[in-house]
Design a protein around this ligand. Sequence first.
Ligand SMILES: [Zn+2]
Length: 292
Amino acid sequence: MVRVIYRVGRYTIELVIQDWFRLDGGIIFSGVPRDIWSQFAIAQDLPRYGENTVKLPVNCFLITSPNGDKVLVDTSFGDADYSRWKDKIREFGMENGFNLLNGRRDSEQPNIVIPTHLHFDHAGGCAKLQGDELVPAFENARYIIHKDEIAHAMKAHPKTRSSYLRETIDGIKMLRDRGIISLISGSRFSTDECVEVFRTRGHTPGHLSIKIKSEGETALIMGALAPTRWHINILACGVGNDTHGLEAVDHKSKFLRRAAKEKWLLLLEHDEGVAGRAIELKKDKYEFVPAP
Ligand SMILES: [Zn+2]
């Protein structure tokens, strides 16, 4: 397969994991009324699966810094063949695409893992089964998670607990018990002078977005603030299980304004097009243009 690598100044960003799953269109494209859903899906040329279901990729990115840091943003759901996922495979049609980190030598493995949030399709692959034992999926990494995200994920809130699956949370508890999670609590955090992590509450209470800025070039991994291009083209389109929907759109608008002006590379976690740029058509109206 062709490796997908983007260069941002002195950094590279590589698509290292891509899996697939199916979701109800109303969950991923909130704000599109059900009665216009099918026309919307056809008009937007969505990858549909069945009447109201869409098949989406889960894209995870590895940022390599000139100082040697390898920062993995999101881990997808992990190996769908593992028995711990067996009920969910049926429910979500989980399919592994590729994981280019498998088989790479230690020095090529991530030393920092940042799940944007702890939903199963972003943090399920933080842990893996070794025999019967749950172990870190990335042996030499520390995991960076916002303290509000852990607190919410562990709470099993009636509104959101269906997105924080037990299979994921068991893995996070194991990482916590082993002392390899670095909790962050503020609104900003940097892994080095060019990689900035923003707390972007909206999709979840402790959601994170990651910006890479080097030599005048900028890339942004918005996470679930804009999982697909349609969340950029339709600013009001959120995600059905957003905990703080207005804040999500506010963060997204703020980022997109600058992204369009300064031609940032936008990396999308649930879009087959993977990366592109936003063009501002008029105030609060953008068009996503895939990168070549
Ligand atoms: Zn999510």
